[in-house]
Design a protein around this ligand. Structure first.
Ligand code: 5AD
Ligand code: SF4
Length: 481
């Protein structure tokens, strides 16, 4: 009898606990790559089942999570500044808890608890399913850390809660981690070994998005071309797979076909492609399906063979140019964008000129350009002196950006007078009377709203342009609606 009473008291305590939990508010902020924004949607889903509702208002939060980026030093400094702000809020709200997620959590581990007194919880990118336990720990007044990396975790079984969504475009992650070991990059250390997600769960997620009215998905991975599903397991262990697993394996091009066929009206994008892993099979698949967008984000990092080698990019300048030529032969109007790093260790003026001449050759539509930032623990940090002076890095970066701007304008001007299919995503940032959307090649288009609505595929006649934006007028709905 006594035991029964005990249990009912415990039950009541649990109920009370749940009702407290149900009223709790989670504020989650994401930095860095698209994968982090996508991960935050997984985190929101995991904590929703613990009774946390997300909020956009920092001041009403009970739990603040920062999903962090370590790719460059500046990204980490930004997060540390943000933590100061949370610290100020906590002064008036002592019950506020703060957790650091993502790459900084993985890189710095419990050191973060010592360096940033405001932080209660540190959770690496593969440990989000442990969040319910970790939150219980911090509720009990203890700090909590889980930075274990996994060989299997893909979160394929978690239905993300879409955050800050326009209801039209969404990210769907397909691989996690990276095995490439580019010498400048901290990602293999913070996100672990590469693994692929079950294609059926990917197709299912895209179907669910379509049923909710979404019109475009971006398949995400650090290196999408390396996607390989043979029943689970690390990419590097594929050699050990059975014959049946080898025959039925799904590579990235197969995955693209699967998704494109399952949802023939859904626009499909993907990012990021790695030149050394991208196959022509993928390019042919892009050409074969109308709904796969004609855009490839193909980081090159440098145009110098010597620097590419020092970066452990496993392709040469000529191989990269051949890939571009093949892409343009197969998809003549394909948008191509880049990432470039200025001032990698030992980079000479001649190496820099090689980067500029490669850019002149490709004439990218747009790009993301950075000065080199040494990351602790990477091969470059261990073996090479960060010897290009900061002023030289900056000047080279400015030259790269200026050249890219000219190339972008060259590309946008080619659209003048043409009609492009645009998917409306949002109101234009500059004018509430205009819509903003993108072409298949990922170029931004702005045009008067008239009677169209978010989510419409509209044919737009391009009348004017800047280097970053096309300006036009709608001529009618496209046949894709
Ligand atoms: N310094 C500067 N840029 C970097 N990137 C990755 N690591 C570094 C670094 N240590 C850039 C690369 C990559 C993009 C995501 O970030 O260009 O493609
Ligand atoms: Fe980093 Fe290279 Fe992997 Fe990209 S491909 S995440 S740059 S290691």
């Amino acid at each position: 009898m006594e035991k029964l009473i005990d249990e009912s008291v415990q039950g009541a305590a649990l109920l009370l606990d749940k009702s407290i939990k149900n009223s709790r508010k989670l504020y989650i902020e994401s930095y860095g790559c698209q994968m982090n924004f996508s991960d935050s949607e997984i985190v929101a889903s995991i904590l929703a089942s613990e009774g946390f509702n997300t909020t956009d208002r920092l001041e009403e939060a009970d739990l603040v999570l920062v999903n962090t980026c370590s790719i460059r030093e500046k990204a980490e400094l930004n997060v540390r500044k943000r933590l100061e702000k949370f610290n100020a809020i906590k002064k008036n709200k002592p019950h506020l808890k703060v957790g650091v997620l993502g790459c900084m959590a993985e890189r710095l581990k419990s050191q973060l608890l010592e360096e940033e007194k405001i932080v209660d919880m540190v959770v690496g990118p593969d440990a989000y399913k442990d969040l319910p336990n970790l939150v219980r720990e911090i509720d009990a007044g203890r700090n909590a850390v889980n930075v274990l990396l996994s060989k299997e975790e893909t979160y394929g079984d978690i239905a993300p809660i879409r955050l800050h969504s326009n209801g039209v475009t969404a990210f769907v992650s397909i691989t996690r981690g990276c095995d490439n070991m580019c010498t400048f990059c901290v990602v293999p250390f913070t996100r672990g070994r590469e693994r692929s997600r079950d294609p059926q769960s990917i197709v299912q997620e895209v179907k669910e998005l379509w049923n909710k009215g979404f019109k475009e998905v971006t398949l995400l991975g650090q290196n999408v071309d390396s996607y390989l599903w043979y029943g689970g397991g690390l990419k590097k262990d594929f050699d050990k797979a059975t014959e049946i697993q080898k025959v039925t394996a799904v590579d990235f091009s197969d995955l693209l076909s699967l998704v494109a066929e399952a949802l023939p009206k859904m626009r499909i994008r993907f990012s990021t492609s790695n030149p050394q892993d991208m196959t022509l099979k993928v390019v042919h698949t892009m050409a074969a399906y109308r709904n796969i967008c004609n855009h490839i984000h193909l980081p090159v990092q440098s145009g110098s063979d010597r620097i590419l080698k020092a970066m452990n990019r496993l392709h040469t300048r000529v191989e990269y140019m051949t890939l571009i030529e093949n892409i343009r032969n197969i998809i003549p109007n394909c948008g191509i964008s880049q990432d470039i790093i200025a001032g990698f260790p030992t980079e000479t003026e001649e190496d820099h000129q090689d980067t500029l001449s490669l850019m002149d050759h490709v004439k990218y539509d747009f790009g993301f350009m950075f000065t080199y930032s040494e990351r602790p623990g990477t091969m470059a940090a261990r073996k090479l002196e960060d010897d290009v002076p900061e002023a030289v890095k900056k000047r080279r970066l400015e030259e790269i950006i200026a050249l890219q701007r000219r190339h972008s304008l060259y590309r946008t001007k080619k659209y003048l007078g043409k009609i492009e299919e645009v998917l409306i995503e949002n109101s234009s940032k500059k004018s509430d009377a205009q819509w903003m959307g993108r072409t298949s090649a990922n170029t931004v288009v702005v045009f008067p709203k008239e009677g169209y609505v978010i989510g419409d595929f509209v044919n737009v006649k391009i009348m004017d342009c800047t280097s970053a934006t096309l300006l036009g007028n709608a001529v009618g709905l496209s046949e894709n609606n």
